[in-house]
Design a protein around this ligand. Structure first.
Ligand SMILES: NC(=O)C1=CN([C@@H]2O[C@H](COP(=O)(O)OP(=O)(O)OC[C@H]3O[C@@H](n4cnc5c(N)ncnc54)[C@H](O)[C@@H]3O)[C@@H](O)[C@H]2O)C=CC1
Ligand SMILES: O=C(O)[C@@H]1CCC=N1
Length: 270
């Protein structure tokens, strides 16, 4: 794995979690020596720092059947170019970057190396992620299935068309941020009602986590779960009516469209 930041770190943490068996150590590269040192002491991970060793990325990919690129979108081409002659023939290179088409990565690699895009999210950290996976023209269905199995070890994974990856990024890749934004605002509103910071955080965190687990446990439609909270002529319906004034349908359409527009800008190198 090249790059162990927020997303690479979440995937790595998920892979190191209980229930995942790692047969061979995962070689990862970080930019700084301090980040590599933080990963020392676990026999399942070999961490090399680009700062210490300019050959780190090339060393990491030698002998690897599966390579995950988890650097920022604008570094993907440069990093891929740097490892191109060290990648094993027949290897699968997975990019989790938003806004970098598979063709741009394939262009940097020798023929015979497959490129697969994956759009995961940070709950992968605790094995609860969801990932959209799309093979480039260079990838076979078996190679796409292999990448799907990898991401299934850190959550759920679905195969989509590459032209849907930007939409996956908008919905679930960025999705945790929307939920945390909700939590931030709810905590602030609770504090304005007079709760101290600790109480406000507990009330909101337990509500978010408990509601999510309730949904996961029963699988009912969220509209039904909402109905069960909303007593006719009760208090919830008053708050929900105020919230609905914001026209969440249109608001989410605009937010997701802005997200997708940014992926398209990244695709154009902007
Ligand atoms: N953060 C998220 O929730 C998600 C991020 N992604 C994608 O994941 C990729 C990484 O994003 P983040 O993890 O958020 O960024 P980040 O900045 O936290 O992580 C990138 C890491 O790559 C390291 N790095 C940079 N150049 C390197 C090099 N030459 N060799 C080795 N390591 C190097 C950096 O030091 C940094 O730790 C992006 O392409 C993004 O589009 C995709 C889905 C979700
Ligand atoms: O914000 C970003 O660009 C990345 C892609 C999806 C989530 N985080």
């Amino acid at each position: 794995m090249i790059g162990v930041g927020s997303m690479g770190g979440a995937i790595l943490a998920g892979l190191r979690g209980p229930g995942v068996r790692i047969e061979h150590p995962i070689t990862v590269t970080t930019r700084s020596a301090a980040s590599a040192a933080a990963l020392a002491g676990d026999e399942r991970v070999v961490a090399l720092a680009a700062e210490d060793d300019p050959e780190a990325n090339r060393r990491a990919v030698r002998g690897a059947g599966l390579v995950i690129l988890a650097v920022k979108p604008w570094l993907i081409a440069e990093v891929t170019r740097g490892i191109a002659d060290a990648v094993e023939p027949g290897a699968v290179v997975v990019s989790v970057a938003a806004g970098v088409p598979s063709t741009a990565i394939e262009a940097e690699l020798p023929p015979g190396v497959a490129v697969v895009r994956a759009m995961p999210n940070t709950p992968s950290h605790i094995g609860r992620g969801v990932t959209g996976i799309a093979g480039g023209a260079s990838a076979s269905a078996e190679q796409v299935a292999l990448v799907q199995r990898l991401f299934e070890t850190v959550g759920a994974a679905i195969v989509v068309r590459e032209d849907q990856i930007n939409a996956v990024a908008a919905v679930s890749g960025s999705g945790p941020a929307y939920l945390f934004l909700y939590a931030e605002h709810m905590i602030a509103a609770a504090e304005r009602l007079g709760f101290d910071a600790e109480q406000a955080r507990l009330l909101v965190q337990q509500t978010v986590v408990g509601s999510a687990e309730l949904w996961a446990a029963g699988g009912e439609d969220p509209a039904e779960l909402r109905r069960r909270v909303t007593s006719p002529k009760g208090t919830t319906e008053q708050a929900v009516a105020v919230l609905q004034e914001a026209d969440w349908g249109a608001l989410f359409d605009r937010a997701l469209a802005a997200n997708i527009r940014r992926s398209e800008e990244l695709e154009r190198g902007e």
